[in-house]
Design a protein. Structure first.
Length: 353
């Protein structure tokens, strides 16, 4: 895919915040193999792992995991199918283009000069059909999507994506349970919020960029959901803003690993003990890059607020409650039209002291 956009419309990096890049350090790397032991249900057997997860969530908001249990073949197949799809002519990919009615499908930035991100994507919901907030019908509360949009080619695309989704969701639930334990909560305390989840996956393709100093693959942002489980290739490009000093840390690719980050919802549930952290993606002048994030999101009817077990007189709630469905609706709406107000952020619900 060749992008032919006017780079003058992209804010030069030199006009963005001056933050150095540290390539000598990376986010914590955590071995999940204790979960594969016969006594993994025993809290004592995984106490060390829980402590590592808690420290990573508190100090970084990001970590990488190895020995995670997701079969390598699932990832290989979806990566192969993803590359075949993005290699299709643009007119073929746009046959499954997303819109306001169905936000699942293909999207690219080639047709617009208002380029924010140097990439093309394909989104699909983990639950098919799934319940999501209505985007274009005032007064209606939710819509049941009839199906994801699947291209005719490659023929193995749908099966590869669906099976991969199931495998990574299992990992997401394991991580959710470890995070719950790290907060001194019952292992499955958070699972019920995901019974009718709005989780979706995204296939990202970042073409080589002729002027990498003028563009970003993805601009600086925080994730609004609960967890993000990211597979990235060996090209790399993800950068994380370190909490202690605001320095950008480049995440080194580790073979057969997943990058995990805490989203806004867990920040609220934990009452600010764990923080959703800014991150971005830089582009490469010579090589294309592929990545696959799973955005692990609760049911649209979930009301997000600090968990009652974690608040008391000494630690009062730091956030007002909000509807995840309404929040998600506002975020998706902003993908399709210019909003008159700033895009909704979790900080808007923070209680000022």
């Amino acid at each position: 895919m060749g992008y032919e956009v006017d780079l003058a419309f992209i804010q030069p990096l030199e006009q963005r915040p001056k933050l150095s890049i540290n390539e000598a350090e990376s986010i914590p790397l955590i071995d999940l193999s204790p979960l594969n032991s016969p006594n993994s249900d025993d809290p004592k057997a995984i106490a060390g792992l829980v402590a590592q997860i808690g420290a990573a969530c508190s100090e970084w908001g990001f970590f990488q995991v190895i020995n995670h249990g997701v079969p390598w073949d699932l990832r290989r197949r979806v990566e192969s199918a993803s590359k075949k799809f993005f290699d299709l002519p643009l007119e073929e990919k746009r046959k499954v283009q997303r819109d306001e009615v169905n936000p699942m499908g293909y999207y690219d930035t080639e047709h617009t000069k208002n380029v924010r991100d140097w990439k093309e994507v394909f989104d699909f919901a983990a639950e098919d059909p799934t319940f999501i907030p209505v985007f274009n019908k005032p007064g209606a509360h939710e819509i049941k999507l009839p199906s994801n949009q699947w291209p005719e080619y490659p023929p193995e695309f749908r099966e590869a994506c669906t099976e991969y989704s199931r495998g990574v969701q299992k990992l997401a639930f394991k991580l959710l349970e470890l995070i719950s334990l790290s907060l001194n909560l019952p292992r499955k305390r958070l699972n019920g919020f995901f019974e009718e989840q709005t989780t979706f996956l995204r296939l990202n393709h970042y073409p080589p960029c002729p002027s990498p100093h003028l563009a970003l693959g993805v601009g600086r942002h925080k994730d609004s959901g609960a967890l993000t489980v990211l597979a990235q290739d060996d090209v790399g490009g993800l950068e994380v803003k370190r909490k202690i000093d605001g320095e950008w840390i480049r995440v080194k690719p580790v073979p057969d690993s997943y990058i995990i980050n805490v989203g806004d919802i867990i920040q609220v549930w934990s009452n600010d003990k764990y923080e959703s952290v800014e991150h971005r993606v830089v582009v490469n002048e010579e090589r294309e890059r592929f990545s696959i994030p799973l955005f692990f999101n609760p049911a649209q009817y979930v009301v997000v607020k600090p968990l009652e077990e974690l608040i008391n007189e000494e630690n009062p709630p730091k956030f007002k409650e909000y509807s995840w469905g309404d929040f998600f609706k506002a975020r998706v709406n902003s993908n399709f039209k210019k909003m008159d107000v700033e895009n909704v952020q979790v900080d808007h619900f923070k209680i000022s002291v």
